[in-house]
Design a protein around this ligand. Structure first.
Ligand SMILES: [Zn+2]
Length: 215
């Protein structure tokens, strides 16, 4: 864990928007842009994917990112590696200290298996990813959804190798900030999950900001 604050002033950001819980978000970043996600109320899970803006088949790879940094947790200094071995973005500031890359996104199937049969049709991150790609891109679909990052989510691994979903380490106002190392598309599902105690059964909004390179 490596807690580092950013010197960038939110009042000078070129883009500043609140993403409601349960909503999707996508935007293209230029190389050198800084992108910040703020956990406004604390312990929200922000399911996120990144893609080469010019070739969506080159996308965030959890396996390559974990192998290259030799750690399963993401924090300041982490380079997010793509499936083609490119560095998509680097985490340059982080006031939470731990972000998950193993737990994946909630889906109709996991709602059913993890919670109850009748939860199958509740809103899920996978649905939000699909809706956002369908509405806002011309060339991406369900084939383009690999294993995602869960910003602000705490999924430690036990000594015998099991994943556990624990209470988050985040708190209101904590943030993570990334620098785009190439032109990238961001895709977010701000998790709508109402059945997981890790967010106190209460999904909440996040704020996203962009500072353009050189501005
Ligand atoms: Zn979710």
């Amino acid at each position: 864990m490596s807690l580092v604050e950013s010197s960038l002033d939110p009042a000078r950001a070129q883009f500043d928007e609140v993403v409601q819980s349960g909503a999707g978000f996508t935007r293209t970043l230029k190389r050198g842009d800084h992108f910040r996600i703020v956990d406004l109320e604390g312990n929200q899970a922000v399911d996120t994917l990144f893609y080469n803006a010019h070739d969506a088949s080159d996308r965030y790879s959890a396996v390559d990112t974990v192998r290259e940094q030799g750690s399963i947790y993401l924090s300041t200094g982490t380079a997010l590696i793509s499936s083609e071995g490119n560095t998509l973005l680097t985490i340059v500031a982080d006031t939470c200290g731990r972000h998950d890359t193993l737990g994946g996104a909630c889906a109709a199937e996991s709602n059913q298996v993890r919670y109850a049969l009748e939860k199958k049709f509740m809103h899920s991150c996978r649905d939000t990813f699909l809706l956002t790609l369908a509405c806002c891109t011309s060339d991406m679909n369900k084939r383009d959804i690999p294993a995602n990052i869960n910003f602000f989510m705490n999924v430690p691994v036990t000594p015998d190798g099991k994943l556990t979903f624990e209470d988050g380490l985040s708190a209101p106002g904590r943030y993570v900030e990334l620098r785009a190392e190439m032109d990238v598309r961001v895709l977010i599902s701000n998790c709508p999950q109402l059945n997981n105690p890790c967010n106190a059964y209460n999904p909440t909004p996040v704020r996203v900001l962009v500072w353009n390179a050189g501005a």
